[in-house]
Design a protein around this ligand. Sequence first.
Ligand code: ZN
Length: 193
Amino acid sequence: MTYEILIYGHPALRRKAAPVVNVNRDIVRLAEDLLNTMRRAKGLGLAASQVGRPEAVCVIEIPAELDARGGKRENPDVYMPLVLINPELVDARGTQVGQEGCLSFPEIFIELERPYEVTVSYSDLEGRRTQVAGRGLLARAILHEMEHLAGVLLVDHMSPVQKLSAAPRLKKLKKEARHRLPKDVVARRTSCR
Ligand SMILES: [Zn+2]
């Protein structure tokens, strides 16, 4: 199955993910559904929080043609797709600057500095703790998805100038997301103001 991807303004995007205790069939199924949802949306990564699921699970798939620098593969040894369960940052090195987008922020891209290379530990679909080192776009995707699991979003990285130029679009997304919320959530949020 595929999920609906939550758009900026939905409160679930701000929740911190809960660590997965058992990598059971439900988690394997969740990973498959996240992959299907990500591929349908033509994204490079997706976190469980983006579909309203609380588990610390994210998926990443960088196509070979995008995993290149100067005609050479950056991550020839990394098997795709990557399913990261309970990921933790081990190390980050270097810097890269590039455009970054997010399926929860349609049509918004910002220039963002990130480490060039990261090492993360995570549990795989068999529940084994392992590590992966990613460079370039893969490193960017890993960091982006891990931030989702901490409730951190693209908008949090925007400079005041970037925020200003994206403001009309952000406002529109928030308004649209609000219309999609269940009525009781809207009522509660309105009454909190
Ligand atoms: Zn995202």
